[in-house]
Design a protein around this ligand. Structure first.
Ligand SMILES: *Cc1c(COP(=O)(O)O)cnc(C)c1O
Length: 350
């Protein structure tokens, strides 16, 4: 349990508490699997797979996820990618031009973009040299109007997971919402924070089908939290934010996940092979340990190496401008063939 009592109502925006959510035709009549005559939503009546609006609550998909994650449907909210989920979180809790959110650079750039889009002040507390959260500094930087603390574990672009004890301290001590972005959790040895949701009322965990599941194209982000938090997010989510094609494809992927497990196992093996190959090269100074499907690599001159790789037809990400990532490239683990090609190319660079 939290050290100090956490009272959700006190950190929700007043206008969100007051607003009357939009009620869609499909919210009013939920049993639309039943054989009824539907003249309620101004759809085209000629039957195809797609002529009806999708289930606004994605009940089938959520039930499958609930089974896999060992949660209840009312602890799950789905979004058009995690980016939409994160945006909903900002909009429920942060008053524009008044509230602030804490981020720990170097980290995922979207947190700052979403904060700025919502006119929310960004407070930055850099990670330590080992890329771990600096708990004292973070708690010291909290202002009375700091509503969100965004943690990314495993962290992009540093590839490491945050220490359990540090994260737990933050969840217990911070009086706002702690978001743990677990986009890369499937590649990690660490257990998901999902299993701790019932202990912490201020915890939100986000995951995605964009990385391990190989479904970046269908846009499905997942949010796991207390039923109270999920209910709040549900009040403002666009009614039909997950389209029918995405719902059916996601359900299929979550029903026969064997392929995903195999691919993840290959990628983890490839990550280690690639890491060993990279560190042998003269101009590579450091390959950081990774719990994700990418490697952060310190080189002699990141911009020059980036350009040389592009000229050879290989695109990586130059992360040099992030604090603590000077001269660092972020390299996604590819197929065994792609990784071999990368190493071969790097060996021939002048
Ligand atoms: C890739 C990534 C995501 C995924 O975002 P989607 O909108 O679900 O594709 C989320 N968080 C982090 C840190 C990422 O690197």
């Amino acid at each position: 349990m939290n050290d100090k009592p956490f009272i959700l109502e006190t950190i929700v925006r007043e206008n969100i508490k007051k607003l009357k959510p939009y009620i869609s035709a499909r919210d009013e009549f939920k049993e639309f699997e039943r054989d009824m005559v539907f003249l309620d939503a101004n759809e085209n009546p000629f039957k195809t797979l797609w002529n009806r609006y999708p289930d606004p609550q994605q009940n089938k998909l959520k039930s499958q996820l609930a089974k896999i994650k060992n949660l209840n449907n009312n602890q799950i909210l789905l979004g058009n990618g995690s980016d939409e989920v994160l945006d909903l979180i900002f909009r429920v809790f942060c008053d524009p031009n008044k509230d602030s959110a804490l981020v720990l650079p170097p980290t995922y750039g979207m947190y700052e973009v979403l904060a700025e889009t919502n006119a929310v002040e960004v407070i930055k507390v850099p990670l330590s040299k080992e890329f771990q959260p600096q708990v004292e500094n973070i708690l010291g930087a909290v202002k009375p109007n700091t509503k969100l603390l965004l943690l990314c574990s495993p962290n992009n672009p540093t590839a490491n997971s945050f220490d359990f004890d540090l994260v737990e301290k933050l969840i217990k001590q911070f009086q706002g919402i702690v978001v743990i972005d677990e986009a890369y959790i499937d590649f990690s040895e660490e257990e998901s924070w999902c299993s701790k949701l019932s202990n912490y009322r201020n915890l939100i965990v986000t995951q995605t089908l964009s990385k391990a599941y190989g479904l970046a194209g269908i846009r499905l982000g997942m949010c796991f939290a207390s039923p109270n938090i999920v209910a709040l997010l549900n009040r403002i989510k666009p009614p039909y934010n997950i389209n029918s094609l995405t719902q059916s494809k996601a359900l299929e992927a979550l029903t026969e996940s064997s392929n995903v497990k195999e691919q993840v196992a290959v990628l983890i093996r490839e990550r280690e092979t690639l890491s060993k190959g990279l560190i042998e090269l003269d101009f590579i100074q450091k390959v950081y340990p990774s719990q994700a499907n990418f490697l952060l690599v310190k080189v002699d001159d990141a911009l020059a190496r980036y350009k040389q790789l592009v000229d050879s037809g290989i695109v990586v990400r130059n992360r040099s401008r992030e604090v603590g990532c000077e001269n660092c490239l972020r390299i996604t683990v590819g197929t065994p063939e792609e990784n071999e090609m990368l190493l071969k190319t790097l060996k021939t660079l002048p």
